[in-house]
Design a protein around this ligand. Structure first.
Ligand SMILES: NC(=O)c1ccc[n+]([C@@H]2O[C@H](COP(=O)([O-])OP(=O)(O)OC[C@H]3O[C@@H](n4cnc5c(N)ncnc54)[C@H](OP(=O)(O)O)[C@@H]3O)[C@@H](O)[C@H]2O)c1
Length: 336
């Protein structure tokens, strides 16, 4: 079968197509999936450059997020699953319950082989049924970006109608956070460095938009928009470069869900965490149980992911380059 391998951690240039990789065989409790689509996340760029803080398997098959159909089942897996349309779980062993290193150390496209291949094996429980209204391309955008946003907005943020949510930037996680917050009838404020992208988030339901380049003191604007109260939940993907401002515009007793570090390096004054009784909580993607809950919400609401562009399997490097350029609005997909 064909699969891409990251032979060198030098960026997308390190992607090598292996056309003669042996087909994987499903062991007991596993399924064999014919991959139809995969999608890119910020993490995949970090992995390709060897900058990802977790373990990276030697010559790893990259990408964590894929969708396809079950074409064979291993011993112990019901044959009724044959032909099922499924999407991959980022953490194949985090089925439900509390997070631990045991369940998050093994992760697709990092410490384990990922999905940029024609065929992959997964534990049967990590092959999550796709909501009926979604295509393989759309489903392939869910495992990391959507589930992280779901955990932030629903599981941790417990967003309710009338809450005010702030999402930073218009990357994969943030766009899903906007869509899911609107699904829960929140008021959503979105920042972006691009005026064109701000126009597009308005069409997705953003109530207020702020350009963090032309309005570098966006925290002051957020306080004004909320009549000095601050926002209930912040989807914090910027990290060192944005956290200090997030701490200034979250409401007293509000929640900052710490997800990523897209921007900057700086020392942060932690005092506002205590003075404003802020709950700062780090999250890691999500469990299969959370994934199933999110899929029920997607099915009920018919919510669809935003896809910017699809690339063919043969154009994987071009897909990486395009994603890295930062021009995309929505997910970048590779069809297999
Ligand atoms: N903890 C977890 O489980 C988890 C899961 C998924 C992702 N992450 C992390 O979350 C972050 C986002 O991932 P992603 O895949 O959504 O990234 P992405 O799709 O590559 O998003 C990049 C976007 O970030 C925005 N951005 C860059 N600098 C910014 C700044 N100073 N302020 C506000 N926005 C800024 C830009 O938006 P504009 O173009 O609109 O300016 C850019 O388009 C990454 O750090 C990733 O590693 C963590």
């Amino acid at each position: 079968m064909k699969a891409y391998e990251l032979r060198e951690l030098i960026g997308p240039e390190g992607l090598t197509l292996n056309s003669q990789r042996p087909e994987p065989q499903p062991s007991a409790g596993e399924v064999l999936i014919r991959v139809r689509a995969a999608s890119l996340n910020y993490r995949d760029i970090s992995v390709s450059f060897g900058r990802y803080p977790g373990t990276i398997k030697t010559s790893v098959i990259p990408l964590s997020d894929g969708a396809g159909e079950i074409v064979r089942v291993g011993p112990g897996v019901p044959e009724t699953r044959l032909g099922e349309r499924v999407v991959t779980a980022f953490y194949p062993y985090w089925i439900a319950g509390a997070i631990s290193e045991t369940v998050t150390d093994p992760a697709l496209g990092g410490s384990l082989d990922g999905v940029l291949a024609e065929l992959i094996t997964l534990p049967a429980s990590a092959a999550i049924p796709i909501p009926e209204h979604l295509s393989f391309e759309e489903a392939a955008t869910l495992p990391s970006a959507a589930l992280t946003a779901w955990q932030a907005i629903v599981e941790v943020g417990k967003v309710r109608a009338g809450d005010v949510v702030l999402t930073l930037g218009t990357g994969g996680v943030s766009l899903f956070a906007l869509q899911l917050a609107k699904l829960h009838n929140a008021t959503v404020i979105v920042t972006s460095g691009s005026q064109a992208k701000l126009e597009r988030v308005r069409a997705l339901g953003a109530d207020h938009v702020l350009n963090y380049r032309t309005t570098p003191e966006w925290d002051t604007e957020v306080l004004q928009l909320t009549q000095g109260r601050g926002v209930d939940v912040i989807v914090e993907v910027g990290g060192p470069g944005t956290l200090e401002r997030s701490l200034r515009c979250v409401r007293k007793g509000g929640t900052i869900v710490f997800i990523g570090r897209l921007a900057g390096t700086c020392l942060i004054d932690p005092l506002p965490i205590m003075r404003r009784a802020v709950r700062v909580i780090g999250i890691n993607v999500g469990s299969h149980e959370m994934f199933a809950a999110m899929n029920r919400a997607l099915a009920a609401s018919r919510l669809r992911p935003v896809i910017d562009r699809s690339f063919d399997f043969s154009e994987a490097r071009a897909a990486y380059d395009y994603f890295q350029s930062g021009v995309a609005f929505g997910k970048v997909v590779i069809t297999v």
